[in-house]
Design a protein around this ligand. Structure first.
Ligand code: R5P
Length: 288
């Protein structure tokens, strides 16, 4: 077995290969002056089972992954198992308006052409673990929510997890169950791409350590507004945890609003304090 990775998931892939005692596949990847990608596989892959790890949090990351997968197939890898810990475009998981592109379907159909299996972590349009048929493509989803909850549980006896919307509720409910703590959710209304408003909360957070847990933080609009809402109700501390730290507006915007911010290494960030390498390694061991 050989573990390959794109540039986004280097650290994570190294951890996975160490856990599995597997070789890291060698590639040559660079950009041409006009921004196009050059990809060459240096390791012999004929007849090998290949694990490819790359989060697709940018168009470049996605292109890199496609070139790598197609080259592996051209050079006769025995099997190709694709891991997109964070799958980009997963929020366009249907046509919300007439004649819109169905981006999640497009991405998965492309990846599926070159993959014997596809695995994601806390995929935005799924809310539990298992193998699901999404528009004719099988996708395995694993849940890192309990790992994030566990990280915060280690720090306080009085943890309460809050889902910032109904969408993340199932993930948060399971994470709370895993670490045996209380949970609740907020009602979120999205006003624009980066602005939301909150209402309703039944559990009393006053004097307690609150962690707002979401599958992903993108612009941060959701977490910032949720944190202000919870803080106004006299919580002792307000932190935020997520599986995928996209942080498209950087980390500075969270300063002064959150007591702590932590995410996993599905996307490598300064606040990646939790590793999903164990979860990925377990799936690889079960597949191969
Ligand atoms: C809801 O759509 C999701 O669970 C997240 O809350 C959302 O994607 C986070 O986006 P942002 O950080 O841009 O508010």
């Amino acid at each position: 077995m050989i573990v390959f990775c794109g540039s986004v998931s280097k650290n994570l892939s190294e951890k996975v290969s160490r856990r599995l005692n597997a070789d890291i596949g060698l590639i040559e990847h660079r950009l041409f002056p006009d921004g196009e990608h050059y990809m060459r596989i240096l390791s012999e892959v004929k007849g090998e089972d290949c694990v490819v790890i790359q989060s697709t949090n940018s168009n470049d990351a996605f292109m890199e992954l496609l070139l790598l997968l197609d080259a592996l197939r051209d050079f006769n890898a025995q099997t190709i198992h694709t891991f997109m810990p964070y799958m980009g475009y997963s929020r366009q998981d249907r046509r919300f308006k007439e004649r819109e592109a169905f981006s999640a379907k497009t991405v998965l159909e492309l990846i599926n052409q070159f993959s014997d299996s596809i695995t994601t972590i806390n995929c935005h349009f799924l809310d539990s673990e298992g193998v699901f048929d999404f528009e004719g493509v099988d996708i395995r989803n694993i849940d890192a929510g309990p790992l994030v909850a566990d990280y915060f549980k280690e720090k306080t006896e009085d943890l309460i997890l809050i889902s910032p919307d109904r969408g993340a509720f199932e993930y948060v409910r399971r994470a709370a169950k895993a670490v045996n703590c209380e949970f609740d959710y907020l009602e979120k209304t999205r006003i624009s791409d980066d602005k939301v408003r909150f209402t309703v909360k039944e559990v009393d957070v006053s004097g307690r350590d609150v962690v707002i847990l979401d599958d992903m933080i993108s612009t941060g609009g959701t977490i910032l507004e949720a944190a202000r809402f919870i803080r106004a109700q006299k919580a002792k501390s307000v932190s935020a945890g997520c599986v995928h730290g996209v942080f498209s507006r950087g980390l500075q915007i969270f300063g002064g609003v959150l007591d702590e911010l932590a995410c996993t290494d599905s996307i490598s960030q300064q606040v990646s304090r939790i590793s999903v390498s164990g979860l990925i390694s377990e799936v690889v061991s079960n597949i191969l």
